[in-house]
Design a protein around this ligand. Structure first.
Ligand code: HEC
Length: 134
């Protein structure tokens, strides 16, 4: 059993930077989450050209044109609700767009409603920085 103690100690030492890192990003890095959770479909530049984008009936949206498609105004509320997904937004998202509100609430980094809200909010803010002007 002694061996396990050493193993556990080694594991804690090895994981400490990871855990600390997680605590530091508790303001949720929208860019990190985007690359981890969204880029596979929407592409790392958010243009809807991720590596698995062609596997869907409807291609993942180009997320750099959200403002342009809304008369030049960034539709933050629609974006928030579409990412959350727990209340469907008519005309946005759809069956192939995951319900991130449900995913994030099961994640240890955002296990309560307020943390999920902040996490989605940082994605909404990150996407706002990617909007094309024309
Ligand atoms: C499994 C593939 C997939 C992943 C992963 C994914 N999406 Fe989507 N997303 C889609 C599809 C498909 C649509 C629907 C495209 C459409 O209706 O035009 C969509 C639509 C959207 C829309 C609505 C755009 C509009 O104008 O209606 C937003 C916003 C969005 N996704 C954001 C995200 C964010 C943020 C993430 C990561 C947290 C993400 N998506 C991850 C597939 C995905």
């Amino acid at each position: 059993m002694k061996g396990y103690g050493i193993l556990a100690a080694a594991l804690i030492v090895a994981l400490t930077p990871v855990l600390r890192g997680a605590a530091q990003t508790s303001a949720y890095g929208g860019a990190n989450d985007f690359n981890a959770y969204c880029a596979s479909c929407h592409g790392s530049s958010a243009k809807g050209d991720g590596p698995i984008a062609n596997s869907f009936r409807k291609k993942p949206a180009d997320l750099t044109k959200l403002s342009l498609r809304n008369n030049g105004v960034y539709p933050a509320d629609m974006v928030f609700k579409t990412i959350d997904g727990r209340t469907p937004v008519s005309g946005h998202g759809g069956p192939d767009m995951p319900t991130w509100g449900d995913v994030f609430v099961k994640s240890s980094e955002s296990s309560n409603a307020e943390a999920v809200r902040q996490r989605i909010d940082s994605l909404v803010k990150y996407l706002e920085t990617l909007q094309d002007k024309k």
